[in-house]
Design a protein around this ligand. Structure first.
Ligand code: DCM
Ligand code: DCM
Ligand code: DCM
Ligand code: ZN
Ligand code: ZN
Length: 263
């Protein structure tokens, strides 16, 4: 996801934190630092020389065959450079490691807040055309690619603007209402069926498989190459984007609550 997506995931998560978890997160990030404000730090960091190692941690390149067959297989798809699943397991462990420096544990927290968001973006769980980066499309006539539209353009259109606290807070509030008493009320329990921090790798694999399935159901269902996405494709994508961002936020909240409870 782009900045709006990540900030929305973080804002939703924050809404579901226990008092104990709020204190725990603040102890790692700094007391006046919002989760939303650091949710895209990992994207800035991966373009730096020091942070280049972390670029593969944002995705897992599932070598499946969408739209016919969708699957994620850890041993097949997580390379020796690492992937989102190994990164979530590693940073879940590091955030709990009191032998590490405060800076290292803060970075571990910032990575987790970001990667539990990215793993719900279907194209972050897909090798096809480099996760859709090599599928050229147009958005309102301008050339871009399928991956970027899922990360940014479609999310901003739903949220009603580019990144700002007001846009993100209002988008998050809409989704929180659906989680609490709306469309998602009956399914949110399924979203957190795997949130045991002692089995982080297994849970992250389940989350990746859940999002990857959408590549067969919708994201890569037709030949999107050259398609204008700001039309029928966008309209059809809206419910999936709202679902995945809501899921990421609700799950991240549960993950942090479990980390705080174990600390
Ligand atoms: N991005 C950013 N900061 C940068 C460069 C890119 O926030 N310095 C954004 C643009 C993309 C998004 O990151 O929309 C992709 O990142 P992700 O790995 O979260 O999908
Ligand atoms: N911020 C940042 N990196 C991001 C997003 C935000 O450093 N990817 C900073 C910019 C602002 C602060 O966080 O100083 C608050 O941002 P926001 O208004 O998005 O909550
Ligand atoms: N990405 C992905 N799968 C890949 C390579 C990249 O999901 N195999 C994501 C990470 C960013 C976006 O695509 O969100 C653009 O990546 P980059 O900036 O590395 O081109
Ligand atoms: Zn992306
Ligand atoms: Zn990312």
């Amino acid at each position: 996801w782009g900045v709006v997506g990540h900030a929305t995931v973080a804002t939703i998560a924050d809404n579901y934190l226990t008092t104990e978890a709020k204190t725990y997160v603040a102890s790692m990030l700094g007391k006046d630092v919002s989760m939303a404000s650091i949710a895209s730090w990992a994207d800035d960091y991966r373009y730096t020389t020091a942070g280049k190692f972390s670029a593969p941690y944002h995705f897992i390149d599932a070598e499946d065959s969408p739209p016919t067959s969708c699957s994620v297989n850890f041993s097949r798809d997580c390379t020796t450079k690492g992937c989102s699943i190994s990164a979530i397991a590693n940073y879940t462990s590091r955030v709990q490691d009191s032998s590490l420096s405060a800076t290292d544990r803060m970075e571990a927290m910032e990575f987790l807040i970001h990667f539990l968001g990215d793993i719900t973006q279907p194209l972050h769980d897909e090798a096809e055309e480099v996760g859709g980066n090599d599928i050229s499309v147009t958005w309102d006539g301008a050339t871009t690619n399928l991956h970027a539209c899922w990360d940014t353009q479609m999310v901003e259109k739903i949220a009603g603007g580019e990144n700002s606290t007001a846009t993100v807070d209002s988008f998050a509030a809409t989704l929180i209402a659906q989680i609490d008493n709306g469309t998602y009320a009956s399914q949110k329990a399924d979203w957190v069926s795997c949130v045991d921090i002692t089995t982080a790798s297994d849970c992250a694999l389940e989350w990746a498989q859940d999002a990857n399935a959408l590549n067969c159901q919708y994201v890569l269902q037709n030949d999107e190459s050259g398609m204008e996405l700001d039309g029928t494709y966008y309209t059809g994508a809206v419910p999936y984007i709202e679902l995945q961002i809501s899921k990421g936020g609700y799950r991240l909240g549960a993950w942090l609550n479990n980390l705080a409870a174990a600390a």
